[in-house]
Write a protein that binds this ligand. Structure first.
Ligand SMILES: [Zn+2]
Ligand SMILES: [Zn+2]
Length: 357
């Protein structure tokens, strides 16, 4: 007799692979909901329900997910999973692969505390499964109300919660505290200084006034980059090269899809020179719809002597594996691993963020 597989693990794996492949959120959710609905059930009860065809009577379990469960219980790899595995992924060239292998964590991720789709625990478990040593949790700041940005109070509560989650996570992995703080119109940062001081990593991004004229935008960015709390300059140009992943909404987007956005206009050489001077890292944002900064600007930041962070800006667990897209672009531009701050260990990273002038 074939040995039974773990149907819940298969459902979760399918959800992860669908998400990584940027498939529609409702499809991902179908598998996660089914996994959740069946999580507490004994193998005997699952088998009985599969045999009687009564799995679909449970809320959250449909025909497709029920078939996967039945196949798992019979010891077979579900057909749905097998097809996904057979058709997934793209080949990275050697340099991009080496860069990806050198990354030990991710410095830009979101949870359902702001506009992400999953709880912190779920994001962290996916990061563990990817082999990361850390994940910086960077939910949005107060003024980004469309993304449920965290007030100072909610952020303080999140810090307590992260401490609890960390205590329960496997050894060798930890969630680092952080924020994706809005760079406000005058270049100041949208959170209390004492909190920014307390966080492990601060990513700062422009989410509003993206069409501001060049000198205004340059001033705004220069002021932010010079702020000692800012560690990483997020999605530098704000561009959108393609539609957002289906079902994933985000700042300034309000659920609309199929929308592209031009790069904002600023003096990139001045901004990168300031990043180099103040030792602020330039983010290489891996999201397929952002691909920010564009390659020509990655090359200029490299020439300016900047450090980089190759991050996913993941809003869901499967998106944590998008780092390979950022690595591909970084490798094409010749970014060496020793200029990338998330090739460091968590301790090295935090020592750097806390030592910066
Ligand atoms: Zn952002
Ligand atoms: Zn973000």
């Amino acid at each position: 007799m074939a040995r039974a597989r773990d149907p819940i693990a298969d459902l979760r794996r399918i959800a992860f692979l669908l998400e990584r492949a940027n498939e529609a959120t409702y499809r991902v959710r179908a598998f996660r909901s089914a996994a959740k609905a069946l999580a507490g059930m004994s193998a005997a009860e699952l088998t009985e329900r599969a045999d009687n065809g009564t799995l679909t009577e449970l809320a959250g379990v449909g025909d497709v997910t029920a078939r996967c469960v039945a196949e798992s219980l019979a010891g077979e790899e579900p057909v749905y999973l097998r097809r996904l595995v057979a058709t997934e992924g793209s080949d990275l060239d050697a340099e991009a692969t080496a860069l990806r292998a050198a990354l030990r964590g991710d410095c830009h991720t979101h949870s359902d505390w702001s506009d992400g789709g999953s709880p912190i625990e779920e994001m962290a478990l996916a990061a563990v499964e990817l082999g990361h040593e850390y994940m910086v949790l960077t939910d949005h700041s107060p003024r980004l109300t469309v993304a449920r940005g965290l007030t100072a109070d909610r952020l303080r509560r999140q810090l307590d919660h992260v401490a609890q989650v960390n205590a329960a996570l496997p050894e060798g992995f930890r969630i680092l505290t952080g924020i994706e703080v809005d760079i406000l119109a005058d270049g100041s940062l949208d959170q209390d200084d004492d909190l920014l001081e307390r966080l492990d990593v601060v990513v700062g991004s422009v989410h509003s006034g993206l069409k501001d004229e060049r000198s205004k935008m340059t001033r705004r960015m220069l002021k932010a980059v010079a702020n000692p709390h800012l560690d990483i300059l997020g999605h530098v140009t704000g561009r959108m090269v393609s539609s957002r992943p289906a079902g994933v909404t985000g700042p300034g987007d309000k659920g609309h899809r199929a929308r592209t956005r031009a790069e904002s206009d600023f003096d990139a050489d001045a901004v990168f020179a300031a990043c180099a001077e103040h030792d602020t890292a330039v983010e290489i944002n891996s999201r397929p719809e952002r691909q920010d900064p564009p390659k020509r600007l990655i090359r200029r930041a490299l020439e300016a002597g900047c450090r980089f962070a190759i991050d996913t800006d993941a809003h869901a667990p499967g998106q944590l594996d998008w780092q390979r897209f950022g690595c591909e672009r970084a490798a094409l531009c010749g970014v060496p691993a020793d200029r990338v701050i998330n090739t460091w260990s968590a301790d090295q990273l935090v020592a750097w963020t806390h030592s910066r002038p």
